[in-house]
Every structure is written in structure tokens, then in C-alpha cells.
Design a protein around this ligand. Sequence first.
Ligand SMILES: NC(=O)c1ccc[n+]([C@@H]2O[C@H](COP(=O)([O-])OP(=O)(O)OC[C@H]3O[C@@H](n4cnc5c(N)ncnc54)[C@H](O)[C@@H]3O)[C@@H](O)[C@H]2O)c1
Length: 409
Amino acid sequence: MWTPQHVVIVGGCGHVGLPLGLLFASRGVNVRLLDIDKAKVDKVNRGEMPFLEQGAPEMLRQVVGNGLEATLDDSCLEHADAAIAVVGTPVDKYLNPTLRNLCRSVDDLLNHLPDDALLVLRSTVYPGVTKIVYDRVRALGRNVHVAFCPERITEGRALDELTRLPQIVGAFEPEAMARASSLFSRLSPEIIELEPTEAELAKLFTNSWRYLNFAISNQFYILAQSYGLDFYRIYDAVTRDYPRMASFSRAGFAAGPCLLKDTLQLAAFTGNNFFLGHAAMLVNEGLPNYLVAQLRPLGLGTKCVAILGMAFKGDSDDVRDSLSYKLRKLLEVEAREVLCTDPYVQDPTLVPLEQALARADIFILGAPHSVYQSLSFPADKQVVDVWNFWPNLKAAPRKVEPELSPLKR
Ligand SMILES: NC(=O)c1ccc[n+]([C@@H]2O[C@H](COP(=O)([O-])OP(=O)(O)OC[C@H]3O[C@@H](n4cnc5c(N)ncnc54)[C@H](O)[C@@H]3O)[C@@H](O)[C@H]2O)c1
């Protein structure tokens, strides 16, 4: 069985690359985290995590300088048995996938990677990218084995999930399939082999499915609230001891760097005929607008509004594509003042929680951080809690009353 000794992770100081590198290093693989961000590289080499990730600070302290090193120097590729590429794959301002970054970094990789090495694509890619890379390798006359092995973790729980989730592996040739399977067998309990384009779609289906599910809940939330009803009374009724609704998620901001972006990659793949995907985008991205519309009758122009939690999800410090920032922009047009706070996010425009609590008339939960669980609010304040994170506020009169539909007035 092929056993790689030296693995280079390209984009290795990011949210996907770093936990992956930590785990490989903790299992005896020699890991180089190749990145272009000097601040992150220096931080990792000092043994400090650049972002929140459960269990990572301890593991980093164990392996840094002891099998794991971050570097800006791409010559480390010259000794690699395997390179794993996990650079970002955003959509552009016209919502189309951008492949330039990935293709450029693959060309750079091939300049340094020795023949007979394994090249794993792990970024979430537009369907067909693995074939483009495979063809490019062949056109350059290189004997590099190409595989696509998508990352399916949820940020913050990567170290646990990487060792529990099956790993999907796609490759055009048996040797590449065997090597990629062997590499990931060091972490994953099970390997699932697919054709590369199947594997690319498997990843996009996963994220789009989640995004659509959140959109269903958000649509139902808006529907119930607009009719003057409490969505969570209905939610509780339909999910309690009723297994067919077990996957019904709570309402809340569906944001972050992956779900919308990957839904849009799938939309582009279908020639923009992925109607459910676009509908989900309208619902999820429209939730902040709906919240502002609900608050408008309170006389927003005279109110100070606080957003608690600016990260894109609870217990995270990641603000990429966070809907809390979109909400702030909308409120800044209408409210007298907007205060934003988050215990994890480094942003000079934020204020301490105490200041927000002391000054605001209206509180909107932006990210359900566990540390907010025990907060209480003065009786004369209004609270907007889409997640039902504070169910005990339910009975209190200060929870924002849903705007009544014409039928119920
Ligand atoms: N974040 C997640 O939870 C998650 C989960 C599954 C899949 N993904 C996918 O993984 C990919 C990476 O996402 P991420 O969240 O880790 O992004 P990230 O921005 O956290 O990390 C990417 C890293 O790549 C580095 N980088 C950029 N260009 C580079 C280059 N040319 N050479 C070397 N390093 C370079 C950046 O400095 C950064 O540290 C994306 O395709 C994303 O869709 C992300």
C-alpha cells in the first residue's frame, strides 16, 4: 500500500487546510502548510490558531515544529509525495464561479511537484474542474496522479468530523484512486469511490441541500410571523415525536462562505435553471430585509438597535458573507443608531456587549453564540430572536410582535 511521508497542503493555513494538516501531522505524516498569507503562516508557526476551531489549539501545540510547519516557500513541493489544494473558490460579483485562482495555483503546483506525486483537489469546485486539471497535467506531459476529494466538515468541528465522516474520492485512473484512498484512510473510517464529476456534484448537492433546507424554514418562519403567529409553536408541534420532520431545521441566518456560493455554482452548472437554488437565495438573503420591515412600525428612526453576534454562525469568529453585516447596512439607513457586538470577531467598528446592552432599545440576535444564552434584557426592550435561542423570552411581552396580516387585523 502506498504510504505518503511528505504532504503539502496548499492554502494550508485556511479553515479547511489547517485542521486537515493538524490531523495528518498528529498521525505521523510530515506536513507543510503552504500559504500566501504571511501573518497566518507566522501565527501558525508560533503555535497560535488564526481562527476558532474546537480542539485545534492543543493539537497545534503538539505538532508544530514536530512534523508540521507553515511556509510561504513553494519549493517544499519538490519533496512532496502528495499535494492537497484547498484554496478558496469564490463566485464573482456576477455570481459566477471563478476558476482563475485555482487554475493558476495548479499551474504553480505543477512547476514544482515531482513526477509520480499525487495531486488532490479538495476545494469545492465547479463540476468539470477535475477533468480540466487532469487534461492539463497530461498536456504538459507530467506523470502526476490527479484526484478530487471534497471536504465535507462544518467549520468549528473539523477535527472531530474528519475522523468520523466517510471520505468521497474521485479519480480518472486506478492509481490515483488507490493513492488518494490510501491517503485519506489515515483519517477517515470509510472511503466512497465515485467518478470525479459525480464527486464534484456530490459536494455541491450537499451544500445546496442544506441551503435549501434553511430556506424552507426561513420561508415558513416569515409566513407564520407575517400572519401574526409564533413560528416556533408550530415548529414544536410538527417536530415533536414525528420522525418525518426530524430534518426540519430552525429558522436563522443561512450565510457563510460556502452554502450560497456552492448553490450558485450548481446554478451556473445548470445554465441558471436551478430554480430551487435561486428561490432559496431570495428567501435566505431576504431574511434581514424582513426583520427590518417587521421593526419599522416601532419607529426605527427614533431607536438604537443592537446586533448581537456578527459571525456568520454561532460560536464562530468567521464573518465571511455574514448576514449580520447585511442587516447592519439595512438598519443604518433607517435606525437612529446601530451598535454591533461580537465576543470573537476582531473588528474595530464593534462595541463591547455591555455598551450594547446599556444603550440599545431593540436587540437582534445575529449569531447564536453560546455565551449569549444566559443574557437577560430589561422588560421595556424589544428582542428579535429568529433562532428561538431564548425560548424563555417567549411569554414576555417585549418579544417583537409579528406584524399582523390583513386577515387578522
Ligand atoms: N470553510 C469550510 O467550512 C469549508 C468546508 C468544506 C469545503 N470548503 C471549501 O474549501 C475551500 C477553502 O475554503 P476555506 O474556508 O478553507 O478558505 P480560507 O480562505 O479559510 O483558506 C484558504 C487559504 O488559502 C490561502 N491561499 C489563497 N491562494 C493561495 C495560493 N495561491 N497558494 C497558497 N495559499 C493560498 C489563503 O491565504 C487562505 O489561508 C473552498 O473551496 C471552500 O468552498 C470550505
